[in-house]
Design a protein around this ligand. Structure first.
Ligand code: ADP
Length: 430
């Protein structure tokens, strides 16, 4: 006959608790014996352990509730907002598209889930040129601008072949420190473009109408300034000069507005001729001599040894670009400052590069992303006496993008600014 095994009392007491715990049930308490014995610390220890585990479970349950609440909130926001939201995994495969996105693109879930975003939704330029998938890894507007697409609105093509102009914002998605994909928010900007068009048309008509009277005023004032002392009292002369200068500012504003409206309509007429960029710069510096003298700013031109300085481009438009950069360098210099214009031929890339360096006011860090926008003026200059329209750099950037050149700047507030410009130097062999 098998002999009954006598279990120690401590095992008998704790066994039910461990058995329940192994099934995830921590509701049982330890029955601590009344009489003193050597296992009391073990009983107490197990009870403390059970209490700590219960506390941790309660905390986890609370965290779980918070996360689901947050998830529900985020999900309902994603499904109810007007912007299209798409999440992509690292391979660019669509994992989620909200109802607004489905509506904008005319897609239903069976048609996009598991497909690559770039295949499901073609992106193209205003003229219908399809943007290749390797140029749109994250639909980032910064990536497009470096490829020369800036100023050119981008369109998403729908399944039914219709299309809409789009603006996108992209953010990377991270999980435990690793990038797991991207989230793209996109919006139809047809209405904004219509309004922009109306504004451009209005500005362009107004500028056209202003040009003739302003030019007539300029000629009249020029002939007044040529009058002899008997015909024009000395006291009046400075006043006419003042009027003349203000008239020149208005003419340049009107010209800037007209350039901007031509640029936004993509009406750039380039007539290419071969000319010497160094000579153009010398002419511009001469034109700006008065401004430089007033601020006692010295302007130097430097050509890197061995550089051929010819360009085969539209001389007038290149002049407009260089004039804007040089006049800004003078305008935003401190008194007694120095401006250096250096020219350097990059034979490898067949480009002619320019640097326009000043040691003036510089551009505040927060303003740097906006500097090429229309009508934008830096926070450090907009309240100053220095006149400007905030259109010059927009014109510069638009031309440079049109020519597929390069434009960048480095600047430190209070220390100075350097603009770097490279233009294609294609001189046909004759
Ligand atoms: P603006 O007519 O105001 O000069 P721009 O479009 O030429 O317009 O320039 C836009 C803004 O960029 C300027 O208002 C100024 O704040 C900043 N900026 C441009 N060039 C310089 C420079 N060389 N130094 C400092 N700020 C500059």
């Amino acid at each position: 006959m098998a002999q009954a095994i006598n279990q120690p009392q401590v095992v008998v007491d704790l066994y039910p608790l461990f058995a329940a715990a192994s099934l995830g049930d921590f509701s049982k308490d330890v029955n601590i014996p009344q009489q003193e014995n050597e296992f009391i610390p073990l009983y107490v220890g197990v009870q403390v352990m059970v209490d700590v585990i219960r506390e941790k479970i309660a905390e986890l349950e609370q965290a779980n509730r918070d996360v689901s609440l947050q998830l529900n909130k985020t999900f309902s926001q994603l499904t109810s907002i007007g912007e299209g939201i798409v999440t992509l995994d690292e391979e660019g495969v669509i994992r989620f598209l909200n109802p607004a996105g489905e509506k904008l693109l005319g897609l239903s879930d069976g048609e996009y889930l598991g497909r690559k975003w770039v295949d499901a939704v073609p992106l193209e330029t205003e003229t219908g040129e399809v943007i290749e998938s390797q140029l749109r890894p994250f639909e980032d507007s910064a990536a497009f601008s470096s490829e020369g697409f800036i100023g050119n609105h981008l369109y998403y093509r729908r399944k039914d072949e219709s299309r809409f102009p789009v603006t996108t914002t992209v953010s990377p998605l991270f999980f435990e420190g690793n990038r797991t994909g991207h989230i793209i928010a996109f919006r139809d900007i047809s209405r904004e473009l219509q309004l922009e068009q109306l504004k451009d048309d209005f500005l362009s008509i107004a500028a056209h109408e202003l040009r003739t009277p302003l030019s007539t005023m300029r000629w009249t004032m020029e002939s007044l300034m040529k009058l002899s002392q008997e015909d024009l009292p000395e006291a009046v002369r400075p006043k006419i000069k003042d009027l003349y200068n203000n008239n020149l500012i208005l003419i340049s504003l009107v010209n800037d507005i007209l350039s901007v409206s031509r640029l936004s309509e993509q009406k750039i007429e380039d007539s290419k001729i071969i000319f010497d960029a160094k000579e153009s710069i010398e002419e511009i510096v001469k034109e700006l001599e008065m401004d430089a003298q007033q601020k006692k700013v010295q302007v130097k031109i430097e050509v890197k040894e061995g550089s051929a300085t010819q360009l085969q481009m539209d001389k007038r438009h290149v002049g407009q670009v260089l004039r804007n950069l040089i006049s800004n360098a003078i305008k935003y210099s401190f008194e007694n400052g120095e401006v250096l214009i250096s020219i350097n031929q990059d034979t490898q890339n067949r480009q002619l590069c320019f640097e326009v360096i000043d040691k003036g006011m510089g551009i505040p860090q927060a303003d740097k992303p906006h500097i090429y926008k229309r009508f934008f003026r830096g926070s450090n200059v907009s309240n100053s006496q220095i006149l400007g329209t905030g259109l010059g750099l927009f014109v510069v950037k638009s031309y440079v993008d049109h020519w597929r050149g390069r434009l960048s700047f480095t600047s430190e507030e209070g220390k100075g600014t350097t603009f770097h410009l490279c233009l294609p130097q294609k001189i046909d062999a004759t």
